[in-house]
Design a protein. Structure first.
Length: 116
């Protein structure tokens, strides 16, 4: 599975960004999809996850009510809508595809910078 993220950039605090992640190579609808983020010197943390058919979602506490994960299985794409961004959201954001019995697949990451 190849995973490619896009949509990062620089935004002022309070602004919005939408990240996209396209996964190709195998049946996209067979994979749970997740967004992670990482800052220098810190461990990668899971921000949001969506189940294979989109009926279940998970959010890390600090982004609840501000971020929304969604997917379009017809387009092999998962999204992360990020609203009310804070400087603390600054990180490299990674997309991951996972399925039981397989190693997770990762993209190269996209930088999100929120200025105060």
């Amino acid at each position: 599975v190849q995973v490619v993220e896009s949509g990062g950039g620089v935004v002022q605090a309070g602004g919005s960004l939408r990240l996209s992640c396209v996964a190709s190579g195998r049946a996209f609808s067979h994979y749970d999809m997740a967004w992670y983020r990482q800052t220098p010197g810190k461990e990668r943390e899971r921000v949001a996850l969506i189940s294979r058919d989109g009926d279940k979602t998970f959010y890390e506490d600090s982004v609840k009510g501000r971020f929304t994960i969604s997917r379009d299985n017809a387009k092999n794409t998962v999204y992360l809508q990020m609203n009310s961004l804070k400087p603390a959201d600054t990180a490299v954001y990674y997309c991951s595809a996972r399925r039981l019995g397989e190693n997770s697949y990762w993209g190269q990451g996209t930088q999100v910078t929120v200025s105060s």
